[in-house]
Design a protein around this ligand. Structure first.
Ligand code: SF4
Length: 458
């Protein structure tokens, strides 16, 4: 049975105190802090790495989903995608001498809609990347792609498997027709079922569904029906994201009737119902928003304490560095982050003039690295080893993070956190507010502009 928020100890008053805007911490510092790099070159650290993650951003989509906050271009002119690919492969060449011989342990195609590319261009992309990067398709590496089930052809699954892709992520969001209409993303259950079984038959070893709660027109009952339908198809993973309504930042979201968006208490009721339904069905709840069947590698990584977080969410294969190719893509190394220009035109121009398109980034100092690790521990393991912090900081945990502990006191008082001699723990009830706990350790967070920049926790 699904719990209501009150039964779970989450009163309306508590929710209103913790549901405000807060970063999602796919990086620390968060990307909105990035600034022009000047003479800094965080990519120099690529020469000292043993493994690499590669992310490729394909920003094109056929139609606009109203909830979307991604960097995308809606177009029917395929020529744009084809020339973009030329530029992207030119950008890849810039990394040639920097990553020579380093095995790519993880390749992810995201967007936009990566399957917007024709099968021929998908092959051209992988061939071009293979000229620069040490790609070794096989069981020991993770090749994943985000696909739009509305437009993905079965034949493309053959192409993807032949190119080495072994993980498929299908953007579903919700099966309910009213919700689908409200977000302008109509996709039948049958399409998803057909693709899922076709992908299985072709040997994709992990199929993931992206679902969203908090969408316009959703209710606890309608979300449960969507989950039941998803469970009939038994995807290995489910990512259940919270819809962040930020129409002042994302123009597409202005097309959503905000009166239809569920309030914080309804959203937490949805989240509680979803966790109950998915865990009853045998899924393990990982981190903040992921679920995986026990046999899936992500669940195994979580049990073994090896879950990590990157720009795509949770991962089991954190590499020493990430190279992100394409408009707006972010890369990181031990020394820091660098991000490409967002707009296609500017990206293309930068690549043709400089061979790369970095516009801003961040050089990490020792304190950044410590906080980056602390936030990662909270988000992935829901606990923090205070002895390890002391070891890393060279100063007792309570001393180094005295202000942060004072900031966290209300969360201790509300039973969202607890600590023993060794660990600071996020409690079961506190799991909904991991971002709030992480934010207490964010040196750069200042109250003034928070409302405008970040999504609400609920
Ligand atoms: S949700 Fe995906 S398919 Fe829809 S507009 Fe955004 S990037 Fe494109």
């Amino acid at each position: 049975m699904a719990q209501d928020p009150e039964t779970a100890g989450l009163s309306a008053e508590l929710l209103s105190r913790y549901s405000g805007p807060c970063p999602r911490y796919t990086s620390y510092p968060t990307a909105d802090r990035f600034a022009p790099l000047g003479d800094a070159e965080p990519w120099r650290a690529l020469r000292d790495i043993d493994s690499l993650s590669l992310y490729v951003h394909i920003p094109f989509c056929h139609s606009l989903c109203y909830f979307c906050a991604c960097n995308k271009v809606i177009t029917q002119q395929y020529g744009l995608a084809s020339s973009y690919l030329d530029q992207l492969l030119q950008e890849a060449q810039w990394y040639r001498s920097k990553v020579a011989g380093v095995p790519v342990t993880q390749l992810h195609l995201g967007g936009g809609t990566p399957t917007y590319l024709s099968d021929g261009d998908l092959r051209r992309l992988l061939d071009g990347l293979g000229e620069v990067f040490d790609l070794r398709a096989g069981d020991g590496v993770e090749y994943s792609i985000e696909a739009d089930p509305r437009t993905l052809e079965i034949d493309t699954l053959d192409t993807l498997r032949a190119l080495g892709f072994n993980r498929l992520s299908l953007g579903i969001q919700d099966f309910n027709p009213d919700v689908q209409r409200a977000i302008n993303r109509i996709c039948s259950y049958e399409q998803v079922a057909q693709l899922t079984s076709a992908a299985r038959a072709r040997g994709f070893k992990s199929i993931s569904y992206d679902l969203i709660y908090g969408l316009p027109g959703q209710s606890v009952a309608s979300l449960q029906r969507t989950l039941d339908r998803a469970l009939e198809l038994a995807p290995e993973r489910i990512a259940l994201y919270h819809y962040a309504h930020l129409p002042h930042r994302f123009k597409a979201q202005r097309l959503i009737d905000s009166d239809l968006i569920p309030g914080p208490a309804q959203k937490i009721a949805m989240q509680l119902a979803a966790v109950a339904r998915l865990t009853q069905a045998g899924y393990e709840f990982l981190g903040m928003d992921h679920f995986a069947l026990p046999g899936d590698e992500l669940a195994g990584a979580s049990r073994a304490g090896r879950l990590a977080r990157n720009f795509q969410g949770y991962t089991l294969m954190p590499a020493d560095a990430l190279v992100g190719l394409g408009a707006s893509a972010i890369s990181y190394s031990r020394d820091g982050y660098w991000q490409n220009l967002h707009r296609l035109k500017e990206y293309a121009q930068a690549v043709s003039e400089r061979g790369m398109a970095t516009s801003r980034g961040w050089l990490l100092d020792g304190d950044d690295r410590l906080r980056q690790w602390v936030i990662g521990e909270l988000m992935c393991r829901l606990r923090l080893d205070k002895d390890e912090v002391t070891r890393r900081a060279g100063v007792p945990f309570e001393e180094y993070f005295g202000d942060e502990l004072a900031r966290l006191q209300p969360m201790f008082d509300d039973g969202l956190l607890r600590q023993d001699a060794r660990y600071l723990h996020i409690t079961e009830r506190g799991r909904w507010f991991v971002r709030n706990a992480a934010a207490a350790f964010d040196r750069y967070l200042n109250g003034g502009a928070t409302e405008a920049r970040y999504s609400r926790v609920l």
